[in-house]
Design a protein. Structure first.
Length: 229
């Protein structure tokens, strides 16, 4: 939030200065300045919306206003638009570069044993799998210091949806080999916390990979214990 307000202040200070000048001149020159002042107010609100939109890597903007986000999320899963229709190609390419160092997926050990142990692929029923970058997952786990609630919030799980215990971390060395893409919200793993733009509701970058082989030459499996603190 500090960064958001700093961006707002940096981008809008000139607008405030101009509006203040026009307001002062309005008192001096009468109604001739009223129209210009109104135009400045409209421009400032527009810039405010652009400044607070979902941000991408290296400050790139996704151009998703809150109205657009709400409209996409309101559509039922299966009917949400392709991200290519509302995100620029540049934004998508830069976003996916964050996964070049590897991707990772974390899940309860019990779920891993039930759904993925011994099966051909690490994937949901539609062949997809939500992942974050290995770098970001390591950072989240380090900051969490074993706190399950912190991990839930950062990775966009509904509060209280995960149980304490051991978790499996599935590392994917070369996610670009498995059709890595921007999530659309139509995936089987998209939950009630999903938002468009390629970030979890907790601000962690996410992507989708497809049909990842359950092969030790492709994935690494590690274990971590998480508890509510």
């Amino acid at each position: 939030w500090k960064k958001i307000w700093r961006d707002i202040a940096d981008s809008c200070s000139d607008d405030w200065r101009r509006m203040s000048n026009n307001l002062r001149e309005l008192w001096e020159n009468g109604s001739k300045k009223l129209s210009a002042f109104g135009d400045d107010i409209q421009a400032w609100w527009k810039k405010l919306g652009e400044t607070t939109q979902v941000s991408g890597r290296k400050g790139l903007k996704s151009n998703l206003t809150q109205d657009v986000i709400d409209e996409i999320v309101s559509k039922p899963k299966g009917n949400r638009p392709d991200p290519k229709t509302y995100l620029s190609q540049e934004y998508i390419e830069e976003h996916l570069k964050q996964f070049e160092g590897g991707a990772a997926y974390i899940l309860p050990e019990s779920d891993y044993d039930l759904y993925y142990r011994g099966v051909p692929e690490i994937a949901r029923e539609d062949g997809t799998l939500f992942v974050t970058s290995e770098e970001y997952l390591n950072r989240v786990l380090q900051e969490a210091d074993g706190d399950l609630a912190y991990v839930e919030k950062a990775l966009g799980y509904p509060t209280g949806s995960l149980s304490e215990g051991n978790f499996k971390i599935v590392g994917i060395d070369n996610p670009s080999s498995y059709d890595i893409s921007m999530p659309s919200g139509n995936e089987a793993g998209a939950n009630s916390e999903w938002i468009p733009g390629g970030y979890t509701s907790g601000g962690v970058p996410e992507a989708v990979v497809h049909n990842v082989p359950n092969d030790s030459n492709v994935i690494d499996i590690n274990t971590v214990r998480l508890e509510r603190k």
